[in-house]
Design a protein around this ligand. Structure first.
Ligand code: ATP
Ligand code: MG
Length: 564
């Protein structure tokens, strides 16, 4: 896996070739079409951002960064019923955490409601929009099919004056919800269905989280979105491929209204296996209590990944490796994990923890004696320094590291075996104690005093190295091990079946009574550590506060062990 990804990165560095959007921008700057680019990221505040949004963020913010342009954060808040402030705050937090700053400003589509209304009035005056009194069903029936033309509404040729009066009445609250709509007057026989007199405004008495009850009519996405781009002087409006068919409409509005010619460019959305990315479906998981909130460490949300222990750098690297393409594909979840390992290997301090502890007694070590052994914080980074590990007669070792019977290929402890204890001494098996339930309770070894790491003169060879924690000073902790949230690679790709049928029942394993080295008492929430031989972990501050004891999350294993 790792090798495969390195190859991609090498190719990138060598070629330094531009992807198709960068090429367009470079040309626009070179030709003088734009002096400075201006992009935007337009989330709808109806849920938390997920890893797919991260790709869109890295693209729009990344381009502004690369070409020294501007980028706006625009909350696309035209559906008052589903949107709220909690989502706005979470989106802001997530974009900032990724390391981006909306240097062009923060906007809300609702900031533009008055101007958008003015654009609609202008379209009516131009004879390019009309108020339609038909029901949704009637309009749907007239729409035609992709191969047959639609039919004109009986209200299509209303005089401009009447349209202006009716539209004003819609705004003034004269008509009940759904009584009439404003439609663009384009072409009911157009080959592109989106051009067949699309809806521009609908009446809806809904309380808006920003404009309150000021409005009882709200613009449709296509009308609000493109015109907001023009209002904000966006030069390159980047969106996912499903909007490609909306582009003729996007351009039609700009042409009719003579407003700033923003250019829409589409790219392939990010799809990850074993993951769902629909905000609606993610919300169901939260509402049904399948997960512990939007930021559950198993969620593909940015806040979930953060809580799991992902770093902004790893997510940016991931998005970079995925690249920008015109064709949809599905990315392997393990690429995301690779990006995290790659970053944490460089920056995470090492520490020792035993997740399934059994006692290890060093029979020839004096009772009551303790010594402090130095251990490197990060072998990849000498500047990270060292810490000391207390060592004494009684330690904890991993249950998995002992076998009552073992062959020549077993390099851990077993009768007859010799191993090194990491940063400490070489020890040799002496005996073990089995409890009445048949489980191993203690392993007894003797140590070689002259085999101390760093000053080993014993001449003894030990093939395996085990991690351990000093028993008397160990911190008791809860450790949460996570796995894929779904056991199926495409949980929402099975027709007629609910995506929840494919939830992985083993996505969360909670271990109590884990033993951590004492230096971790001062660990801070979110700071990554590599637990020797086990993986990368970080303290979950929120769960720790709730539980009253330390709770750690496993961010990712050391190696790609997924066999999905
Ligand atoms: P919904 O399913 O509710 O429409 P959405 O995921 O499209 O949600 P938006 O808030 O409209 O959510 O998305 C903001 C921006 O993020 C859009 O420009 C959209 O194209 C982009 N985006 C959303 N999902 C992905 C994805 N999987 N990959 C890349 N970009 C995405
Ligand atoms: Mg959307």
């Amino acid at each position: 896996m790792a090798e495969e990804h390195t190859t991609t990165s090498e190719k990138k560095e060598e070629g330094a070739s531009l992807h198709f959007i960068e090429q367009i921008i470079a040309d626009d700057l070179q030709s003088g079409k734009h002096q400075r680019i201006h992009t935007r990221f337009p989330p709808e505040p109806n849920g938390y951002l997920h890893i797919g949004h991260a790709k869109a963020i890295c693209l729009s913010f990344g381009l502004a960064e690369k070409y020294e342009g501007l980028v706006n954060l625009r909350f696309d808040d035209t559906n008052p019923e589903k949107e709220n402030q909690e989502y706005v705050d979470a989106i802001r937090r997530d974009v900032s955490w990724l390391g981006y700053d909306w240097n062009g400003g923060e906007f809300y589509t609702s900031d533009h409601f008055e101007q958008l209304y003015g654009f609609a009035v202008k379209l009516i005056e131009l004879g390019k929009a009309y108020v339609d009194h038909q029901t949704a069903e009637e309009m749907a029936a007239q729409k035609g099919t992709p191969t047959t033309a639609g039919t004109n509404s009986p209200h299509r040729d209303r005089p401009v004056k009447e349209n202006l009066r009716l539209f004003q009445e819609m705004r003034d609250g004269v008509h009940p919800d759904g009584h009439c709509v404003l439609r663009a007057k384009i072409d009911m026989a157009h080959t592109n269905m989106h051009m067949r007199d699309p809806l521009l405004y609908r009446i809806k008495r809904a309380h808006h989280h920003r404009t309150g009850d000021d409005w009882c009519l709200y613009p449709m996405y296509d009308f609000a979105h493109g015109q907001s781009d023009s209002i904000e002087n966006i030069t390159h409006s980047l969106c996912t491929l499903e909007f490609e068919v909306h582009r003729p409409l996007y351009e039609w509005f700009i042409e009719q209204l003579g407003i700033f010619p923003s250019r829409q460019i589409e790219f392939a959305r990010l799809n990850l296996d074993h993951t769902i990315m629909s905000k609606r479906k993610l919300l169901t998981l939260v509402e049904d209590g399948v997960v512990d909130g939007w930021d559950d460490p198993r969620m593909p949300t940015i806040s979930g990944l953060r809580r799991r222990g992902f770093t902004p750098e790893s997510i940016r690297t991931f998005c970079d490796r995925v690249g920008i393409a015109k064709r949809e594909n599905v990315i392997d979840f393990s690429l995301l994990e690779w990006a995290l390992r790659d970053h944490l290997n460089r920056v995470a301090h090492r520490a020792m923890a035993v997740l399934d502890p059994i006692k290890l007694v060093i029979t020839n070590y004096p009772e009551g004696q303790t010594e402090d052994l130095p251990s490197e914080n990060n072998p990849e980074d000498p500047a990270a320094g060292t810490r000391t590990l207390p060592f004494s007669r009684e330690l904890w070792m991993e249950r998995d590291d002992f076998r009552e019977e073992a062959n020549r290929k077993w390099f851990r402890l077993a009768p007859g075996k010799t191993v090194r204890l990491k940063s400490a001494f070489i020890v040799r098996y002496v005996d073990h104690i089995v409890g009445t339930d048949g489980r191993i309770e203690e392993v007894h070894v003797e140590y070689f005093p002259d085999s101390r790491s760093g000053s080993d003169t014993s001449g003894i060879k030990a093939k395996g190295t085990l991690h351990w924690v000093n028993a008397a000073t160990a911190i008791d902790a809860e450790v949460r091990l996570y796995d894929r949230l779904f056991s199926d690679p495409t949980p929402d790709g099975h027709e007629g079946r609910d995506f929840k049928e494919f939830l992985n029942p083993d996505s969360l394993e909670i271990r109590q009574g884990c033993k951590l080295e004492p230096s971790l008492a001062s660990a801070e929430g979110g700071t990554p550590y590599q637990f020797t031989r086990l993986g990368y972990f970080s303290l979950d501050a929120e769960h720790t506060a709730k539980a009253g004891h330390p709770v750690w999350n496993r961010s990712v294993t050391l190696k790609d062990g997924w066999k999905g």
